[in-house]
Design a protein around this ligand. Structure first.
Ligand SMILES: NC(=O)c1ccc[n+]([C@@H]2O[C@H](COP(=O)([O-])OP(=O)(O)OC[C@H]3O[C@@H](n4cnc5c(N)ncnc54)[C@H](OP(=O)(O)O)[C@@H]3O)[C@@H](O)[C@H]2O)c1
Length: 180
């Protein structure tokens, strides 16, 4: 297997992947159930991220923001129209459309899958018909604003469960913290 393009993401219940100030600290500290939470990093041979992710990470300690807490290693391509001369991060800058970016990452992934980070690049892959799978963790928080999971125009895109085709919908029972 391998060679698929996966969007691996955590979202708030109201559909944001980052708070308005870019904070993603709310993602951490949860045990995401399901086999995918364990196996997805191992499937990924190369990551494509964007310039916003890069600049946020570059402003912080790499040990803190390193993908998958350092349990993953491999090439990370950062798409940007304005590649800087250097980066404090172990990344390769690319100025390319999504087709070329995915081809490049696939070549570097040694037969494994390509993982997409953020929201902008996965949307480009989706619209280009290049996205094979979405692995999404729903975090029990209402952020109220921020970076939307999928800001796109166009008709609805129906999704099927890759594990159990009959049950793509989910039910969560939640209450505000502090309420009894
Ligand atoms: N919740 C989660 O699981 C999760 C996971 C990862 C990241 N995040 C968060 O998601 C946010 C980043 O995602 P994002 O979608 O907002 O932004 P992003 O993908 O990090 O960056 C978008 C930028 O990348 C550049 N870019 C994108 N496609 C390009 C292309 N084809 N060619 C050239 N440049 C291209 C453009 O920058 P320029 O034109 O300026 O160069 C674009 O404005 C961050 O806040 C990060 O912390 C959340």
């Amino acid at each position: 297997m391998g060679g698929s393009v996966i969007w691996h993401v955590a979202t708030s219940l109201d559909g944001y992947i980052a708070a308005p100030d870019g904070d993603v600290g709310w993602v951490f500290g949860h045990d995401f159930p399901g086999r995918e939470a364990e196996t997805t990093p191992g499937r990924i041979g190369a990551i494509i991220a964007g310039r916003v992710w890069h600049d946020e990470c570059a402003a912080r300690d790499w040990d803190v923001v390193v993908p998958y807490h350092g349990r993953w290693s491999g090439p990370i391509f950062v798409l940007t129209h304005r590649p800087p001369d250097a980066s404090p991060l172990p990344v390769t800058f690319l100025t390319a459309d999504i087709n070329l970016a995915i081809r490049t990452a696939r070549d570097a992934a040694c037969g494994k899958d390509v993982g997409l980070f953020g929201a902008d690049i996965p949307r480009q892959a989706l619209e280009a018909g290049l996205l094979d799978e979405i692995i999404v963790h729903i975090v029990p928080i209402l952020l109220g604003g921020g970076r939307r999971l999928c800001a796109r125009d166009g008709p609805p895109i129906r999704l099927v469960n890759t594990q159990d085709k009959d049950h793509a919908a989910a039910t969560l029972a939640l209450r505000p913290e502090g309420k009894r």
